[in-house]
Design a protein. Structure first.
Lengths: 401, 177
């Protein structure tokens, strides 16, 4: 089989891409300079940071699954997945502002402004019980471990996969399969769960939900699927990947989007029911905070926009093969994912009303530009498909039955 | 002795698939393919439209959901209001699980009975069983049957046509009773 290399070579204007990258960095720096003294800035930063990070985290899961099961259908879109997750090293550096602002973010820290009255922290019985887990030293160690693991996984996968493009045998693919089936996959899930606990759930240290790890995963994976679908449709509209990604692949991606929309709803619903039924004050207060003022509108928007709209749009076979609909639906799902992250993090700061301010705008676009620019850079570095994978031809000829 | 149609045997799944395409292209609509196992791409080769079953399931699922929600609302608000752990009578979050279960139950009924309805089963006999050799189709034979009721059916022409596209053991099915 011969594919015209033009079909899978993505060329970009490197200077312009560098400008995008540095514009993103400047936006982040400007917002840090304006807001480093304000608590609001750190909440906005955490929201935007976790939104972009979760797209890459969902991608790590999908890539590991792809290799572990030696999936055939997704070989032709595999490189796009690998190019997404390799932004993790840059996201690691962007974690620094959260470390700077951890004292104003997390109220389980004695130095948090919430405990301005002397002795009030020690009087909070529930927090005192959780201090063996929620303390600064252990928090930092855990964050370091997550990033160590994520960086190790993505760099290993990326290096091996790229290397496989140029050598004759496929021993690297076997190594990647074993790598994905190793306990690292389990560790990755643990890290994702605890990252959700640490950076989102512990914002309200009285509150806890045993579903929260799965909730983080469901949101991340759905956002990544939408990002992947949108990227592929966008690349094809530029004339790339012609006859490599077919409507059969879009059909499968559409099925994934549909399935994980339902999965997200199931997880989010189950979390709500457990808390609603048991009716324990320190649990229900979390939902009560999100059912006042304009947060109520956001809660309803999540139910309608993150479940009903994608569900009824994507349920039909024809709509999974309709690229126009799929494109806007994936953008919509990414948007709803941002709303979801905002819904989880921001009510801790904005108690009464949803608020989208200058900090949100600056850091969301700043981190976004850095993310997109480094993603585009990676896309242009190597062929858009794993040219040397023996299953590539089967993936291109993939059919749904 | 009434005739029902013609059957012809093919050697392999791919032969059956290509034969089905030819039968479809020559304008037959009332024909069927018989194989020991499902063959990928057969729906397209036979020119079958997408099944209407999905719409039946969808309608049944919606009915079930509305029925489940309505039933609980009626019971809790009208028929037997009961204070459960201080929650309001119209505690709709609690209703959603039964609503969901009844949606699934009704959808499953719609799927099973709708499938039976669309396939016209249970049906205890079919003309193809008048052939002695046809029972091989449950192990290693692949058959096409074209029925008499097809608008362009003509016994001799159809027989020679089936022979032309590679069919063997061509038989005219007739009711022996």
């Amino acid at each position: 089989m011969n594919i015209d290399p033009k079909n899978y070579t993505y060329t970009i204007d490197n200077n312009r891409n560098r400008q995008i990258f540095f514009l993103g960095l400047i936006l982040i720096l400007v917002s840090v300079l304006i807001g480093y003294k304000h608590q609001e800035f750190y909440f906005s930063y955490l929201t935007s940071y976790f939104f972009w990070l979760s797209i890459a985290l969902g991608g790590i899961f999908f890539t590991l699954v792809h290799y572990a099961f030696s999936a055939v259908w997704s070989v032709s879109i595999r490189r796009i997945m690998e190019n997404t997750i390799i932004v993790i090293p840059i996201m690691t550096i962007l974690f620094i502002p959260i470390l700077i602002g951890m004292e104003s973010l997390f109220s389980w820290m004695p130095s948090n402004p919430k405990w301005s009255i002397p002795g009030s922290f020690e009087a909070d019985h529930l927090i005192q019980h959780k201090l063996s887990f929620l303390n600064q030293e252990f928090f930092l160690v855990r964050a370091a471990l997550y990033f160590l693991l994520w960086n190790f996984i993505v760099i290993y996968i990326y290096k091996k996969s790229i290397k496989n493009d140029t050598i004759a045998n496929n021993s690297d693919l076997d190594k990647l399969r074993l790598f994905s089936m190793s306990p690292l996959g389990v560790l990755f899930f643990l890290s994702l769960t605890f990252a959700g606990f640490d950076w989102q759930m512990s914002l309200d240290p009285h509150w806890y939900s045993t579903m929260f790890g799965v909730y983080t995963f469901a949101g991340s994976f759905l956002a990544f699927l939408a990002f992947l679908t949108f990227t592929i449709i966008h690349l094809q509209s530029k004339g790339l990947l012609k006859n490599i990604v077919t409507s059969e692949h879009y059909h499968d991606l559409g099925k994934y989007l549909f399935a994980f929309t339902v999965f997200y709803c199931y997880i989010a619903g189950a979390q709500f029911y457990f808390i609603w039924y048991s009716n324990i004050p320190e649990e229900t207060i979390w939902y009560l905070h999100r059912w006042v003022g304009s947060w109520k509108i956001i809660s309803v928007l999540l139910i309608v926009g993150k479940f009903f709209i994608p569900f009824f749009s994507l349920i039909f076979r024809a709509s999974k093969r309709n690229l126009g609909l799929l494109k806007y639906m994936s953008l919509w799902i990414i948007f709803m994912h941002y709303i979801d992250i905002n819904f989880i993090i921001m009510p801790t700061y904005h108690h009464h009303d949803f608020h989208f301010g200058i900090y949100d705008l600056l850091v969301l676009s700043g981190i976004g530009l850095v993310f997109i620019a480094s993603f585009r850079h990676r896309l242009s570095q190597n062929p858009l498909i794993p040219v040397n994978d023996p299953e590539l031809i089967n993936s291109i000829n993939h059919r749904n039955h | 002795m009434a005739n029902y149609g013609v059957i012809a045997k093919f050697e392999s799944p791919s032969a059956l698939l290509h034969a089905a395409e030819k039968v479809r292209d020559s304008g037959f609509t009332n024909f069927d393919c018989h194989s020991p196992f499902p063959i990928h791409g057969m729906d397209e080769a036979m020119g079958l439209k997408r099944s209407k079953l999905g719409f039946i399931i969808g309608a049944m699922g919606l009915t079930g959901a509305l029925f489940g929600f309505g039933l609980q609302t009626w019971v809790h608000l009208v028929e037997y209001p009961l204070n459960i752990s201080g929650k309001p009578y119209f505690a709709y979050p609690a209703y959603l699980i039964i609503t969901f279960e009844l949606m699934v139950l009704f959808s499953a009924f719609g799927a099973v009975f709708g499938m039976m309805f669309l396939n016209k089963i249970p049906r205890f006999n079919h003309p193809v069983f008048y052939s002695d050799k046809f029972s091989d189709v449950s192990s290693d034979a692949f058959y096409i049957s074209i029925e008499l009721t097809d608008p362009i059916f003509d016994e001799n022409k159809t027989k020679s046509f089936l022979k032309e596209i590679g069919g063997t053991d061509i038989e005219v099915l007739s009711d022996e009773n």
